[in-house]
Design a protein around this ligand. Structure first.
Ligand code: SF4
Length: 448
């Protein structure tokens, strides 16, 4: 094949998971609009690139009728401006540039803004505010960590290159022998594909993470813990004491936690206990704690929404200023209560995984979707835009799970516009429809 039909893109980025690996070497068949080879990608990344194709779809569908992007923008703007409680949701699989425009629209229309963080690491976001965060980049963990504790996650299947690129086998400046220089601990309620990687596996009883973390905190501070902790948690006092000794004597420890901790009984108390444990350990050595994030730019969503509103997710603008309300302004709750009267869903498919009452309400209200592919949510949308795929077709910025921003290097162009382009069109039209003003505050709105 000639250079006109094949392109090799180096240092491309995989946006399938929060590792956002930026060392991809992609071979692109420009005639077929397909990626034929994705060197350095893990099994999930290879599938992500392989399955990506430009589907022949209308630029937009309005009530099931084919329409142009411009017609879709007009219809979407009309829906948002005429709604009394519009919600904007998703945002974890799009660029920071698009996320920023979505926040501006939510502000203008006095709407509700939420991201998929509310159904994954939302409790961690709450815990960060309450407890603080002793953190590090993945590069620091790779170069320095000699004790790595994974809590409530299964990276072998969800983030395969976290082990090889950063936290287990990777060789680093102060851990030159990689795996041999590290002790790896896994804490979970069951054995998973990640368990064989660990030197020490702590199988905690379901819903007892908080008690284990609190016992560890007590032991770190030299307090007495009753041996009956074993009946409650499944972990003996001797094992906890051994772990505490390892944590206090390591050079650089890292606690990496997943949704097994945050979406469990205790939620933000669990995340808060783990963050507090890391803080306690800094009296003895250097210890960091960080969530392991799922979607490619969910960390970007947290950052962008936080810079713009002061809060990471679950933000409501109906009073003309941002209010943070997990449990109140988080999308599952807003929809399940039947509050919203219009929804714009960006790069997400809540109809495939939300609780049934929330899905039923989505079916009753006008929905706008932006997605590169047909999804269950886009099938019930009043206005469904076809978009290009971020990272593969669309340039921009994403944040890796450790809050490091990464510039995307797209592999090839798509005929479809990116999320940012469509959202900018909607923002402009909403602005015009509102006469250049933000939506006047309606004090009788259901949200108040
Ligand atoms: S670890 Fe995640 S970001 Fe890296 S190649 Fe695999 S799926 Fe892609």
């Amino acid at each position: 094949m000639s250079e006109d039909t094949v392109r090799v893109v180096s240092d491309a980025t995989c946006t399938f998971c929060g590792c956002v690996c930026d060392d991809m070497v992609l071979t692109v068949d420009l005639q077929q609009h397909k990626i034929t080879k994705s060197q350095n990608a893990c099994v999930l990344g290879k599938a992500w690139f392989k399955e990506h194709s430009i589907e022949e779809r209308p630029f937009a569908l309005i009530g099931g009728r084919e329409a142009s992007t411009e017609e879709g923008i007009e219809a979407a703007a009309q829906i948002l401006v005429n709604a009394r409680f519009p919600i904007i949701y998703g945002l974890s699989d799009t660029t920071c540039e698009a996320q920023r425009v979505a926040v501006a629209i939510a502000d203008m229309i006095g709407g509700n803004l939420d991201t998929t963080t509310s159904v994954c690491h939302g409790p961690s976001g709450i815990a960060f505010q309450g407890v603080g965060e002793s953190t590090a980049t993945l590069g620091e963990i790779k170069n320095r960590a000699d004790l790595v504790i994974f809590w409530g996650g299964n990276p072998a299947e969800a983030h395969p290159r976290l082990f090889t690129r950063y936290a287990v086998t990777a060789k680093g400046m102060h851990v030159p022998q990689g795996r041999k220089d590290r002790t790896v601990v896994l804490v979970d309620v069951r054995r998973t594909a990640s368990t064989p990687v660990a030197d020490i596996f702590l199988q905690v009883k379901p819903r007892s993470d908080f008690e284990v973390l609190w016992a560890l905190r007590a032991l770190v501070k030299g307090k007495r813990v009753d041996p009956s902790i074993e009946q409650r948690t499944g972990i003996s006092l001797a094992v906890l004491e051994d772990l505490v000794a390892r944590m206090k004597s390591c050079q650089f420890g890292a606690l990496l936690f997943g949704m097994g901790l945050t979406m469990n009984r205790g939620r933000h108390f669990n995340a808060g206990a783990l963050l507090a444990l890391a803080t306690d350990l800094n009296e003895f050595t250097h210890f960091v704690a960080a969530p392991v994030r799922g979607h490619g730019n969910v960390t970007g969503a947290d950052n962008v929404v936080s810079w713009q509103t002061g809060y990471p997710f679950g933000v409501n603008f109906s009073r003309g200023f941002p209010r943070f309300g997990p449990g109140e302004f988080t999308t599952v709750d807003v929809l399940s209560r039947g509050d919203a009267d219009a929804a714009m869903i960006i790069a997400s498919d809540p109809a495939s995984n939300f609780p049934q009452p929330a899905i039923e309400h989505l079916k009753r209200i006008p929905v706008i979707t932006l997605d590169p592919k047909t999804t269950i949510t886009s099938q019930l949308a009043q206005v469904a835009f076809t978009t290009s795929t971020y990272g593969i077709n669309t340039p921009g910025t994403v944040y890796r799970m450790d809050n490091v921003p990464i510039t995307l290097r797209p592999a090839f162009e798509s005929p479809y516009p990116g999320d940012e382009q469509i959202l900018t069109g909607i923002r402009t039209r909403v602005h015009e429809l509102l006469g250049g003003n933000r939506l006047p505050v309606d004090t009788s709105a259901a949200s108040l």
